[in-house]
Design a binder for this molecule. Sequence first.
Ligand code: KG4
Ligand code: ZN
Length: 405
Amino acid sequence: MAPVADALILGVETSCDETAAAVVRQGREILSSVVASQIPIHSPYGGVVPELASREHLRNILPVARSALEQAGVGYEDLAAIAVTEGPGLAGALLVGISFAKALAFALEKPLVAVNHLEGHIHAVLLRPRQAYAGPAGDPGNGTESSPDRRVLALVVSGGHTHLYLAEPRRADGGEPVWSYGNVGRTVDDAAGEAFDKVAKLLGLGYPGGPWIDALAPYGNPEAVPFTFAQIKAKAHRRGEPGALDPATATYFSYSGIKTAVLRYTHVHEMEGSIEARRAALAVMPDAGPADALPLCDRRTLDLIASFQRSVVDDLRRKTFRAAEQFGVDRVLASGGVAANRELRVRFTAEAAERNLPIAFPTLSLSTDNAAMIAAAAWPKYMAGEYAPEGLTAAPSLALGGTPR
Ligand code: KG4
Ligand code: ZN
């Protein structure tokens, strides 16, 4: 079956707590992107409950896919291929999307393309209109049209991941660029988004914590509480160990220490009472949001929130730009849920401007999990005839890219 150049791909994403489907033309033009969030289901637990996630995906997948087609104004027969996230993610959650996509591809006799969720996040940036790129005048933009063979550093920072990838688009004979990835940075413990979620939880705020902290941080003094990040010793993560990177060039992140430091700060300053009062007050409000939390936060709490966010954002910024310099890349991308953070965008953009280095983020709605990014990442694979095997199954620990030597 030869690929169709004007093809529409239906993307399906169920790796964590969002059931998503999208129709994307040629990996760039989003005709529809539907996301059914499970936040209200997991909220009372302060984190994703895997069994509940699978059950909700099962309930949502068909209506979500139908409404993606409806909003795009197309039918199943108009699709050229189905794309689905194969991993990483929760096994049971991934399986719902994979089973659905496999059955659909089989029934429609259309090819199925398997996509790595992390590659999806990187492609979310490439879905932006070209004029939306922040960079020096004349920056050719997303690297998929007029700029072959550019070397890009991609930070993927979300609730499950804090990774740096060297990404290179390789144009095959004037066709679609096929991307290759090298993993050059990762967290040794918690992901940055996990730290946002845990700190929000321990301060009695809602779930997921990132958007709450993002909204409350501007009301506090980011320099009030000095958090320090210990240097992580690369020797503890030697070549050959699972997930080990090249020790000569590796960047390591670590965000479990700052969560403990925030907890210790609340003990030392006897904040437990006010935290519990806030938790209780928010719990009885229907659809409570950060605006409801603001009057329930005293100065010390707001300063703590602002200082936490500043520390994490600055650690991400310093390490990302140090790696960008080290590898001599000509562009930086930042994607994933935490890349929706306003302070992160402001501080990354300022540093990029200082260095005259183009930087790009996805639109806010494409920063968090969605299926348009999955359909976009599938496009070059579809054009290259890289279809999923019949026996495709969930790959909960799927990695992206090898370690560049
Ligand atoms: O990419 P994503 O939707 O799912 C994963 O692949 O993990 O990311 C979700 C994570 C959560 O930890 C959430 O708290 C965080 O992204 N997040 C944010 C913001 N919006 C979402 N963190 C900081 N600031 C935000 N505005
Ligand atoms: Zn994600």
